[in-house]
Design a binder for this molecule. Structure first.
Ligand SMILES: Nc1ncnc2c1ncn2[C@@H]1O[C@H](COP(=O)(O)OP(=O)(O)OP(=O)(O)O)[C@@H](O)[C@H]1O
Length: 314
């Protein structure tokens, strides 16, 4: 019988070389076992959207589409496929980013790329996993991890624009790079107004950290909402009010140690199938670690699903 072909979308830039290393291991394995494959390398930011859409539009049979990169690359591939004529095209994924929050969130146990590609090859049916959907005037965005407005998005912004990022990434200390920029953001991030429209309306005058999340993690392993799961067909929303000094340090310690920050009086938290968020004045936004720019966002959030070639249980 004709062998299945693997179409690989590779972001060799992700994880400061980790994705390239994972890809080398995978392609060596595929070549040795005479399994046909083709690499589609991203050459610039945003390429994974275009490539995934083009491949999905071919509606290829006996083919698996596999992404090798970080969360940002998987996010782009998901959005590419969802905007194609075959929006249900399943996606395989071999993590090679610096944060890899999605794999943490879905509790993917297999870390070795060769074992993972073997598991992907042996899957007969893809696995349905929740993804978030956010619609605004600019269009529809699907996300695998979270969309953040304010504090965490500013951290993403400063991390991406800091000279230390390259250096720390070269030491594979991406999380540390994110962490050191937290200090800069603590100094600069101001409180902002936020309206949440779920079953009832709720207004905040002093929102600070706002994260709509599909699973617990953001920023390379920080569990912003330990109760979130990507298998319950719900999205979680966490709003932390502006706090300073020792109150902030205490709350952050709770977040890092036992997740009890969710019970803190400065934290508001819901789990829902859909809600609307509007912020004012303009804030930084981030989606799966990718910058969304600075806006007065007005997002309609809902829960969605996608099929993944990923060997996970719930
Ligand atoms: N050839 C390229 N040159 C420069 N940037 C690229 C290239 N290909 C893709 N990119 C961009 O690289 C960025 C980072 O990708 P990605 O998020 O996958 O890796 P990461 O940041 O290392 O991982 P993670 O999000 O898991 O921490 C994305 O914004 C993507 O558009």
């Amino acid at each position: 019988m004709e062998k299945e072909k693997i179409e690989i979308i590779l972001n060799h830039y992700a994880g400061n070389g980790l994705a390239q290393k994972a890809s080398d291991k995978v392609t060596n394995f595929l070549a040795k076992n005479k399994i046909p494959y083709e690499i589609h390398a991203t050459k610039k930011d945003g390429d994974a959207i275009r490539i995934a859409k083009e491949i999905a539009n071919l509606n290829l049979k006996r083919t698996k589409l596999v992404v090798i990169g970080g969360d940002g690359t998987l996010n782009q591939a998901l959005n590419g496929v969802k905007s194609s004529d075959y929006p249900n095209t399943p996606l395989g994924y071999i993590p090679g980013g610096s944060g890899n929050d999605f794999c943490r969130g879905i509790q993917l146990k297999i870390k070795n790329p060769v074992i993972l590609i073997q598991a992907i090859l042996s899957m007969k049916q893809p696995r349905m996993i929740d993804v978030g959907k956010a619609v605004n005037e600019m269009g529809t965005h699907y996300f695998i991890n979270n969309i953040g407005i304010g504090f965490d998005a500013s951290t993403v912004y400063y991390t991406n624009h800091s000279e230390r990022k390259e250096f720390l990434n070269s030491l594979h200390l991406g999380t540390l790079s994110y962490f050191t920029n937290l200090l800069k953001v603590i100094k600069r991030q101001k409180a902002f107004k936020l309206d949440v429209d779920e079953q009832q309306k709720k207004h905040f005058d002093n929102a600070y950290i706002v994260v709509a999340t599909n699973h617990p993690y953001f920023g390379g392993g920080f569990a912003i909402d330990p109760s979130a799961t990507p298998f319950n067909h719900k999205l979680n929303l966490v709003v932390v009010k502006k706090i300073t000094g020792m109150t902030f340090v205490k709350l952050f310690t709770k977040l890092l140690t036992n997740g009890s920050h969710l019970q803190d009086k400065n934290v508001w938290h819901i789990e829902s199938t859909n809600f609307r968020l509007q912020n004012h004045p303009q804030q930084h936004g981030q989606m799966d670690g990718e910058e969304l720019g600075q806006h007065d966002f007005d997002f309609d959030f809902s829960i969605n699903q996608h099929q993944f070639w990923l060997p996970v249980k719930n």
